[in-house]
Structure formats: structure tokens, C-alpha cells
Design a protein around this ligand. Sequence first.
Ligand SMILES: Cc1ncc(C[n+]2csc(CCOP(=O)(O)OP(=O)(O)O)c2C)c(N)n1
Ligand SMILES: [Mg+2]
Length: 527
Amino acid sequence: MRTLGHYLIEALEAAGVRHVFGIPGVHNLELYRGLEGASLRHITGRHEQGLGFMADGYARISGRPGVCFTISGPGCSNIITALGQAYGDSIPLLVIASQNRRADAGSGRGFLHELKDQRALAVPVTAASFAIGEPAELPAALAQAFAIFAAARPRPVYIEIPLDILGASAEALALPVHAASPPRAEAPALDAAAALLAGAKRPLVLAGGGALHAAALLQRLVEHLGAPLVMTTNARGLLPGAHPLAVAMSPSLEPVRALIGAADVALAVGTELGPTDYDMYGLSEFPPPPNLVRIDIDAGQMLRGATPRVGLCGDAAHTLQQLLERNLGPARPGRGADAAAATRQQALAALPPAYQSHLALLDLIRDTLPDAVLVGDSTQLVYAGNLGFAAARPGSWFNSATGYGTLGYALPASTGAGLAAPDRPIVCLVGDGGLQFSLGELAVLRDVDAWTAIIVWNNRGYGEIRSSMLAAGIHPEGVDVQPPDLALLAAAYGYTHRLIETPQALGDALAQFGRQRQIILLEIAAD
Ligand SMILES: Cc1ncc(C[n+]2csc(CCOP(=O)(O)OP(=O)(O)O)c2C)c(N)n1
Ligand SMILES: [Mg+2]
């Protein structure tokens, strides 16, 4: 019999899914019956939060949705934090969770894994959530999930399927139809935006993660206009750091804000203009540029952060293409280069010396491994990077120190990134505190034959929080948490460990790592 479990796997294969991240249990066995003989590769995590982070890193690098299988109850609640990070950063994840039989779910009688209202857990961290009540409801739920991924702001989707339905017959069920296409900006708005840009004397472009897939078009546009390009954390690499118009620095920094403030026309592409990029210290709200053109796929997003003079609701690549086909005035490729260079230099000089040396380390990593994906947690080295790291290309810098800001992300997310790009070396940047949030996921690297260097910034505790307590006049409490012996930890998994004491040693170790596929743990003694 073709069960609904079989059907689901077929439908995922047909939608182009190649990997699923899961942890099986008695409640989702029927999903695994369907996996036998399928083309999907199943990666088993050690905790559902790790599954979600793996799927997130995978989605960011592959451009495909990250798909997870969990059991009902604790499996479902464990993955919610990872959905929070993906929701904040607009990453497409699909969680398929099992649920108790329809007659039992939420009855309060105490069935295994029972929750009062399981789907309600997912509501705040998803674009849509579905509780399937009949097999015939699944195709529409899947179609809606993939429509959101393809044609709307891509955010997590949750589908729960009760046990009795998962094993039910789906013989006659047709595969979901995928027919959604993204919104398109209309010609008059595009004309108005082009006219504003053509008339600008000091144009400027702000880009966020929503522009990552449109790098070549964005480069053509900023070069035509001679507009400096300010890249948020999730947009780093859209222009390489050496490009004269690149400003790979946080718009929270005063010199970058001054550059933005001096623009007479600003174009914001795929950026929510949100506080974790534009006002990360919470010091003063980002002043909205006066003549703002916004490109965003989400109409609801158009008025958050700053009201545009012209709003272009559409996919970044298509909309930029439409603008480039219009009259943008004569090409002025060199126009903003001096202002961009001065901003870079002033912003770097204004950073505290510790951040400058952290940035030098990140530059060393990038220059030693130009093809690497750097995946970060919420730790000191990454904070410095979010302020001013110039990534080599799109899809080579992302982390959880922005948006939802959850610890424990980097290790599993780097595993997912490696599965999406098996021929690129992966560098995981994590603090000793953040590493301990997902220690169990260390094992998955070996399962998938990863090519990963885990760089542990070991300051023996929650360093940044310690500094914040001191700055606030609070006696440090709860922050001096000792990590395990990292050499023994690496040995327990069969990974090489090196204690790194100088930048030279880091460069040498990474050069060696770059020559051969392996898993290494590089411990930087940071205190
Ligand atoms: C899930 C979660 N819990 C708590 C925090 C608060 N927090 C932010 S940074 C941090 C310290 C992390 O320590 P570590 O990873 O060693 O980085 P360091 O600051 O020492 O570089 C803590 C506890 C958080 N961001 N996420
Ligand atoms: Mg630490």
C-alpha cells in the first residue's frame, strides 16, 4: 500500500528536495517507511535543535529549503529555537512533525509525547503552520509551503501529521501542484525609481540577505550609478571587499551612517532595515534616508524600518533587472569610490583595538581559504566580523549573532553548509560557551565526512556577557563557566586538535586544512 508517509517522500523528491535532517521515534516511523529506496539522503542529528540549525545552514548555501523530520511533543518543541533563527533571517525550512492520533491529540489524558496544542508552538516562528486532519489535506499544505519558499518572503513552514493519518492509504492522492510566482513591481513604480536614481548626485545602495541571489545584477547597478554598496551581515560578499564601491561594514557604525546620511537617493534591496544590523547597540534609531527606494518581496515589509518614496514589491533579481533595462543616466562607475574608501577607513580606525585584531584574524582566514564558508555563532570574533568583515563572495559569511541571536547555532549550521557545498572547506567560528550548547552535534561531522575546521574562541566563559556586566557595574556572576578539555573532546570524536597561540600558527594550520579534507578543532586561547 502507498501510505501517506510514502506519498510525502515522493512529494518532497518531486519538489527537488535532496536531503532531510531527522530524528526518528515511534511516532514518525511511517515517514521512515517511505524513505526506503528514495533518493533523499537522511542525516541524523543528536538533538532536534541541531536538526533545525543544520537545515538552516544547508538552506543558506544550497538555495533549497532545509527539510526536517521530528517526532511529536519533545521533538517538536526542541526544534522551535532553530525555527526562531530561521524566521528572523528569512530562511526557508520545512518541519514535518508527527502528532498523536486524531482522537487522542490534546485530550489531556497523558498520551506519549502529548501536548495541549502542539501546532501552537510553531505559530510564532513560522510563515504558516498546518495540522493535517485528513490525508487529502497534505497536498495543499505542501503546495503552500513550497509557494512561500518560491514566491514570498522565505520563512519556516510547519506541517504536523497525526499517526493514524501517516499510515493511512494515499493511493489516489495526486502530487502537489507548484504554480506560484513572486510578485512583480509595476512599470510606473519602476519608472519612478529609475528616474530618482538617474537624477541622483550621491546615490547609495543598502543590501540585505534578500539580495544574495542577485549579486551580478547588483554589481552592474552600483557600478553604473557609482553608488557605494553598504552590506548588512547577511549580504556580505555581494561585492568583494577589494571592490572600490564595497562597504562591508555595519550601518550601525557612525561613519557608515554618515555616508548613508549624505546620500541624496538610497536604494534598499532585500533588507528589513532592522535594528540588529542598523542599530545593533540600541543607541539611536537608524535615520531613514530621505529619498528611499525599496525593493522587497514582502509587501508587509515595505513600511517597516523606513517608509520609501517608491516601493518596488518583487524579487530582488527580477526587479534589479527591470531597473537596469531603464534609463539610469550616464554610467558613472567611479563616482562613489572616494566616499566609500573614506568610510571604510574611518569606520575601521574607530573600532576598538581588540576588534581590529579580530578582524585581522578573519582576514587571515579568508585569505588562506578564499573558497571557505565561514559560519559563526554568537561570540566575540563574530561580533567584530559583523561590524567589518569583507567576505570573499556571497554565501561565505553568516552567523547567529544577528537577528534572533541564538547560541549553539554555528556547529550544526556548518554541518548543513558542508552538505550543501561538499567541495568547499567550512570554517565554524564558535565560542567555548556556544560550543557547549550543541556539543552532541560534533558527531554528525564524522557521519557526513565533513571538511570542517572548528575554530573555538576559548576565553573560558561567557566573555562578552562578562564584559557587559562589568560595564554595567555588576559583579560578574554566572559567566565564568569552564569548558571541557578541548583536546580530549576532539580525541573522543577522532578529530585533530591544535592549540593556536599566534596568527602565524592559525594561518599554517588552515593552509594545511585547506589541502586535504578533514575535521580539525583549532582552539584559540583568547584570554
Ligand atoms: C540560547 C541563548 N542563550 C543565552 C544567550 C546569551 N548570550 C549571548 S552571548 C553569550 C556568551 C557566549 O559565550 P561564548 O560562546 O563563549 O562567547 P564569548 O562571548 O565568550 O566570545 C550568552 C550567554 C544567547 N544569545 N542565546
Ligand atoms: Mg567564551
